[in-house]
Design a protein around this ligand. Sequence first.
Ligand code: C2E
Ligand code: MG
Ligand code: MG
Length: 391
Amino acid sequence: VLNPVFLAPFILVPLVLTAVAYIANVTGLVPVTINDVAWNVPILLSGYLATNSIAGSILQVVCLAISTVIYLPFVSLDNWLKAAQFDRTYKKLVQVPSSGELAELGPRFLGGTDTVGSLARFLAQDMERGLEMREFYLEYQPQVDSRTGRVYGVEALLRWRHPQIGMVPPPVFIGLAEDSGLIKTLGLFVAEEACRQAAEWQKIPGAEKVVISINVSARQLDDLELPDKIFAMTQKYEVPVQNIKVEVTESTAIGGHDGHKVLTKFSQHGFKLAIDDFGMGHTSLSYLREFEVSSLKLDSIISRDVLVSRSSREIVYTIADLCRNLGIELIAEFVEDEAHLLKLRELGCYNIQGYFYSKPLLPEDCLLFILDQHPSYGEVEEEIRNKSVCS
Ligand code: C2E
Ligand code: MG
Ligand code: MG
């Protein structure tokens, strides 16, 4: 009643139906009402009892049909307006992670009183249902050694196919899960799924050594039991612990005493550690000193800029040297074309994860990719490396 879209049919329908009934009476198509019928007698029966004629019931059917026809366009309009409103709100929500607001606003974002806040709360709550309904799954993005063209690792990336919205972008649902605390449950789901996958691939010649990286949010690192839980999963699926790599992102400072302890425990169990998006955070170098880091993943901004910015080239060149000296593997993400790949190689970064080789893939496609040979470019000579920074 309070929805203005329905105001017109709400007024129109009784007027039209009254007119129709009146015409039916005066033309003699339907006899006039001769009995009082209690209001709760079901439709059709009430028409018959009131008029003592089947024509009374037929009139009711006709009235029902007319009112449905009058309401239909308004119901469609209402649905369309709601969908348009939802789209506008969803677009705003999707833009939040790239604007950096999610991390800053944190739980306040979930507490927002506007429509974006309501949608955020709805999605955050809906994730538990989605997990139960198996709407979450993993895709794997290959990591290729450009010297040999072989896949040596994959990154497990979580996906959410929402029944109404479709694919929800990971930065959105991961951000919301971090805020709501559900990231801990989601993280365990990812780890278990990755272990199960590693166990499967381990039986396949050519895929048995592939290391699966899983992303772990800073929020998960306050669970002191996390390394033990994931270690127990590797045992359950009989996966060598060194086939699983734990990737922590550097932009959300690991901080805190517990985070430190948890990462140390991961190392002690034998997990490989990777620092994601390395280079843009503030505590980068201290991680290398404090933890046994096996890989660094170049921040996508620095990686992407090497073609246009000399300082980015200098940074990558220096990080590559640092990694070589410390025996750390350096990986570049967001490599989409060959020119970018060649430049990164000249700067000393050979391990590539990006659309140039492959997008994230479903497990069966990823396995085929792993077993395949891909473009390989060999080593880069020292002279070319030195020259490349300036050119
Ligand atoms: P990330 O860990 O840095 O993952 C790399 C992201 O870069 C992925 O996006 C991947 O699809 C994208 N990417 C890689 N190469 C290219 C390229 O050449 N071009 C373009 N345009 N994109 C490329 P995705 O899957 O959307 O994930 C976004 C972020 O969401 C991840 O960034 C990670 O921080 C987070 N995330 C994803 N899965 C998980 C998870 O299971 N747990 C946690 N905690 N975070 C996750
Ligand atoms: Mg990652
Ligand atoms: Mg990354």
